[in-house]
Design a protein around this ligand. Structure first.
Ligand code: F6P
Length: 341
C-alpha cells in the first residue's frame, strides 16, 4: 500500500514519534510506502506531499513539533474540498491515510471515512479532551512543563509575598489546570467546567497569606467567573469556529489585588506548554499509538482511532472519539478542593 500521513491542529510533543513508528513498522513489517502531507488537511486539499522514508524519521523521536507541519485547515469549509482531496490522493497513488490530530482533525477524518476514504486516526492534543481514550499524547509533556513553571513561580511568590496566577491552556477542558495544579500543589485551581466565585477565590488567597505563605492559583484559559463569560484574546475564530482564549489570568490577578489589597502577578504559559521534547511517557504512548495505527491501516480497519484504555491500546470508531469532548468530571475536581486556601 501507499499510505499518506498528516498532522493537523495545534502541534504537540510526540507527533514525530508517531510518524516514526508508523513509517518504521509500515516499511519493515509490511513493506508499505509512505508519503507525508504538509500542514494537516491543507496537504491533501492542495496536493502537497513528499515521500516519507525511514531515513526521514531518524532522530525525530525526541523532537517537538511536527516534521510535516500543521494547520487548522477545514476541507469541509472549502467548496469542492472533499472531491479535491479524493482526486489528489488518487493522483499521488495514496490508498489510505493516517491522520494524527485532535477533535477537529479527527472530525474531518470521520467525515472523510463517511465519504468512502480509508482513514485511521491517532489522538493528539495537550488538552487531553478527546473522548474514547484515557489519555492523548502531548498532555503529559504540557503538564510537566506547567508543573515545572509552578515550582519556579512558588519561590519568587514566597520571596515577594505575592499571589501568583498561572494561566494554562486547555481550551474548554480543565485537565492541564487540574493535573499541573495538583502536581504543583496549587492553592486554587480553576477550570472551565465549573464557573468560579471571585469572592471565594479571594477568601482562599487571604487564608493562604494568613498562614504566611504566598498563594499559587492555576487557572485554565477557558475558566470563567460565575455569571461572567470566557475571556477572549481576540474576536477571531478559526476554520472550525473556535475562539482564541486568553487573558483570564491577568483579569483575575487584577481582581485579587483590587479586592484583597495583596500584590498579585499573572503569568501566561501559552505555547511554551506545546513546545520542546516530549516526556518519556509521551514518547512511549505516541510510539505505541503509531505501531497500532499502522496495524489498523494494514488490516484495512478504517474509520477507527487508536485509543488508550488502561494500559492497552485499542481501536474505537472515529464517530465515538469525536462525539463529545472529554471534560473534567465534577467529582474529579472535588478531589482537589481539600488543598484550596
Ligand atoms: O488545542 C490545543 C491548544 O493549545 C489549546 O489549548 C489552545 O486554546 C489552542 O490550542 C491555541 O491555539 P493556537 O495555537 O492556534 O493559538
Amino acid at each position: 500500500m501507499r499510505i499518506g500521513v498528516l498532522t493537523g491542529g495545534g502541534d504537540c510533543p510526540g507527533l514525530n514519534a508517531v510518524i516514526r513508528a508508523v513509517v518504521r513498522k509500515g516499511v519493515t513489517a509490511y513493506g508499505h510506502e509512505f508519503v507525508g502531507f504538509r500542514d494537516g488537511w491543507r496537504g491533501p486539499l492542495e496536493g502537497i506531499s513528499r515521500p516519507l522514508e525511514p531515513a526521514d524519521v531518524e532522530h525525530v523521536l525526541d523532537r517537538g513539533g511536527t516534521i510535516l507541519g500543521s494547520s487548522r485547515t477545514n476541507p469541509f469549509r472549502v467548496d469542492g474540498g472533499v472531491d479535491r482531496i479524493r482526486q489528489n490522493l488518487a493522483d499521488a497513488g495514496v490508498d489510505a491515510l493516517v491522520a494524527i490530530g485532535g477533535e477537529d482533525t479527527l472530525g474531518v477524518a470521520k467525515k472523510l471515512t463517511d465519504e468512502g476514504l480509508g482513514v485511521v486516526g491517532v489522538p493528539k492534543t495537550i488538552d487531553n479532551d478527546l473522548g474514547a481514550t484515557d489519555y492523548t499524547f502531548g498532555f503529559d509533556t504540557a503538564v510537566s512543563i506547567a508543573t515545572d513553571a509552578i515550582d519556579r513561580l512558588r519561590t519568587t511568590a514566597e520571596s515577594h509575598h505575592r499571589a501568583l496566577v498561572v494561566e494554562v491552556m486547555g481550551r474548554h477542558a480543565g485537565w492541564i489546570a487540574l493535573h499541573s495544579g495538583l502536581a504543583g500543589g496549587a492553592n486554587v485551581i480553576l477550570v472551565p467546567e465549573i464557573p468560579f466565585d471571585v469572592e471565594q477565590v479571594c477568601a482562599w488567597v487571604k487564608a493562604r497569606f494568613e498562614q504566611e505563605y504566598a498563594p499559587i492559583l492555576v487557572v485554565a484559559e477557558g475558566a470563567l467567573p460565575k455569571g461572567g463569560a470566557e475571556v477572549l484574546a481576540t474576536g477571531e475564530t478559526d476554520a472550525f469556529g473556535h475562539v482564541r482564549l486568553g487573558g483570564v489570568g491577568t483579569w483575575l490577578a487584577d481582581e485579587i489585588e483590587r479586592r484583597t489589597g495583596e500584590e498579585s502577578r499573572a503569568v501566561v504559559l501559552g505555547h511554551v506548554q506545546r513546545g520542546g521534547t516530549p516526556t518519556a511517557y509521551d514518547r512511549v504512548l505516541s510510539t505505541r499509538f503509531g505501531l497500532h495505527a499502522i496495524d489498523a491501516v494494514h488490516e484495512g480497519d478504517f474509520g477507527k482511532m487508536v485509543a488508550l484504555r488502561g494500559t492497552e491500546i485499542v481501536r474505537v470508531p472515529l464517530a465515538e472519539a469525536t462525539a463529545e469532548l472529554k471534560t473534567v468530571p465534577l467529582e474529579r475536581y472535588a478531589e482537589a478542593e481539600v488543598f484550596f486556601g
